[in-house]
Design a binder for this molecule. Structure first.
Ligand code: ADP
Length: 553
């Protein structure tokens, strides 16, 4: 038993830390996974934003390039004329100029007939072309895309986009073409057109050089968690594009839930595991205690059986072989055999009843009857033993007691157990008082001895199955530890209860309350199975019933 207990402890000592370590590792990796998953989903969202921005930029850029390309192809200069022939401009181009080798504006298109306005426009163009990097341009050819450049910047507070290319006359003279693109058209029509086809679940905002929104509603601070922002490509490089999902609030809530789940995962799973392990540990402890008590019980019962049996055998043999001196001694031997067989049958009754109770099959046959008669009969049974043990018995039974609903055999067992204990644990040659009296609601049967009593700390536990208090163990008193648990069960099955009042050194009084017959049915229903423990003078069962205890005032 001890070896098995040690083995179980060793297994637990290995298994519990292993489970805790595994749980901690699982919770940790679960948390890491949740955090990674949330940052992965954010990254993929941001990647989606970026791809969308690049696509939109590409599409706008290629529309601009297309307009530039067509213009540069169309414009031909012979190196002579001041103005070009009248030509149809694409809506994407506001105006263009042709500059000679010395960067003098030779042509302005569309022409401005009003001289003052023409001068103004020419001055503006002078301003624009100042910043252009002509030298870096390769001569324009229609088959080689990209040999033109763009300038995008603020002039007089307005955003201006200039596309420019270097060309050659038929005579091989260099000249330049610079076109001013129609930015309002690009912002108001081209970008929305392209964006409509691309972004359903996203908001697109284009900011100009001074961060004014020229496409889309400006974003608020709450839109920033999933915001992608970049320059609007290589052409409209002074502008910025911002892209954010439309359902930012939903995504933020989702991310927060994921984060919370990840963070809560550790403590919650740890608590669950700790509680689970605690429950397992308590169950194992209770089971171990029960199995220890059971093996004690088996040892006690075997011992209890063995002693009377060997006495019966010994005195039976003495009688059978005639090895006794006279009639008186033979009667004494026969008395011993009777007493021991009574003890034996009492023990067997207890064990059988207890076994039925343990299997949940204890059944009682209730009938109305007089408890005083049952008490008298039970006392007759033990009178012989009491006389032998030189114990005086005092009975105080009130007259005209009400009927009670009871199982007479069970009530006999109650009294036999209480008297048996009073004899076993009471003072040698002492006195046992059995009282039966009326109390509010029923009858109280009490058995009092003048023995050593029971320590307060143990009073609650003596009603547990197999429990034997230190007085029994120390004095090596024979017993099985099931008597009082049977008494308690029987009392409760009758709708009553059992209480103990004991002071170490001053004896003990056990009181069993049984409801009177008319109250009994209601009493059973109202107070099913009172079981709680008791301290010194406390009740086993409902504390309210203390008032009914006749032993105490
Ligand atoms: P047992 O077979 O050991 O007597 P019980 O269930 O009848 O089992 O009693 C449980 C324990 O309660 C006993 O072992 C004993 O320690 C204690 N006990 C019972 N009755 C008395 C009493 N009258 N005086 C002192 N101790 C008692």
């Amino acid at each position: 038993m001890a070896r098995q207990g040690a083995r179980i402890s060793l297994i637990l000592a290995l298994v519990f830390p292993t489970i805790i370590c595994a749980a901690v590792a699982l919770a940790y990796y679960g948390y890491r996974y949740a955090v990674n998953a949330s940052s992965r989903s954010k990254a993929s969202l941001m990647e989606g934003n970026q791809q969308l921005a690049e696509l939109l930029i590409d599409q706008i850029q290629s529309r601009i390039d297309q307009v530039d390309f067509e213009l540069f192809q169309q414009v031909e200069w012979d190196g002579q004329a001041e103005t070009s022939a009248s030509m149809e401009l694409s809506p994407g181009v506001e105006s263009f100029v042709v500059l000679d080798e010395n960067l003098r504006i030779r042509t302005l298109h569309p022409p401005v007939p009003d001289l003052r306005r023409r001068k103004l426009e020419m001055d503006r163009w002078q301003n624009y072309v100042k910043g252009l990097e002509w030298k870096s341009l390769k001569p324009w050819t229609p088959d080689q895309a990209g040999n033109f450049r763009h300038l995008h910047q603020l002039f007089e507070g307005k955003s201006v986009l200039i596309g420019y290319a270097s060309k050659q006359t038929a005579a091989g003279e260099h000249y330049y073409v610079a076109a001013k693109l129609n930015l309002p058209l690009i912002a108001k029509e081209w970008i929305p057109e392209e964006a409509d086809g691309l972004a359903h679940k996203r908001r697109i905002v284009i900011l100009d050089e001074v961060a004014r929104s020229i496409v889309g509603q400006p974003l608020s601070a709450s839109d920033t968690p999933f915001l992608y922002e970049a320059s609007f490509g290589k052409t409209l490089y002074a502008w910025r594009i911002q892209i954010t999902p439309r359902d930012v609030e939903e995504l933020k809530a989702q991310a927060e839930t994921e984060r919370l789940l990840g963070v809560l995962l550790i403590p919650v799973s740890m608590v669950i595991i700790a509680v689970g392990l605690g429950v397992v540990w308590l169950t194992i402890r209770a089971e171990r205690r029960a199995s220890r008590l059971k093996s004690d019980f088996i040892a006690n019962v075997s011992h209890e059986l063995k002693t009377p049996l060997s006495l019966i055998r010994m005195f039976g043999e003495l009688l059978a072989t005639g090895k006794h001196k006279g009639e008186a001694m033979a009667r004494e031997y026969a008395g011993i055999i009777t007493r021991e067989s009574e003890r034996l049958s009492h023990l067997i009754d207890n064990v059988l009843d207890f076994a039925r109770l343990e299997r949940g099959k204890a059944s009682y046959s209730f009938a109305e009857g007089r408890l005083e008669e049952v008490v008298e009969r039970a006392l007759d049974v033990c009178r012989y033993r009491l006389e032998k043990e030189k114990i005086r018995i005092r009975t105080e039974i009130e007259p005209d007691l009400p009927l009670v609903r009871m199982d007479q055999d069970a009530m006999t067992l109650v009294l036999l157990n209480l008297v048996d204990n009073a004899v076993k644990y009471g003072a040698a040659r002492g006195q046992v008082t059995v009282k039966l009296g009326r109390v509010p609601g029923g009858l109280a049967l009490s058995v009092r001895d003048r023995g050593a009593g029971i320590a307060v700390a143990e009073q609650e536990r003596i009603f547990e199955r197999f429990y034997r208090a230190s007085n029994a163990r120390a004095r090596n008193v024979r017993g099985s530890g099931i008597g009082l648990s049977l008494v308690k069960h029987i009392a409760e099955a009758h709708g009553g209860w059992v209480s103990i009042e004991s002071k170490p050194g001053h004896g003990s009084t056990f009181t069993v309350f049984i409801p009177a017959a008319p109250v009994a049915a209601a009493g059973v229903e109202e107070r099913p199975g009172a079981t709680a423990g008791a301290g010194a003078g406390a009740l086993v069962g409902d504390p309210e019933r203390a008032a009914l205890d006749p032993v105490k005032s």
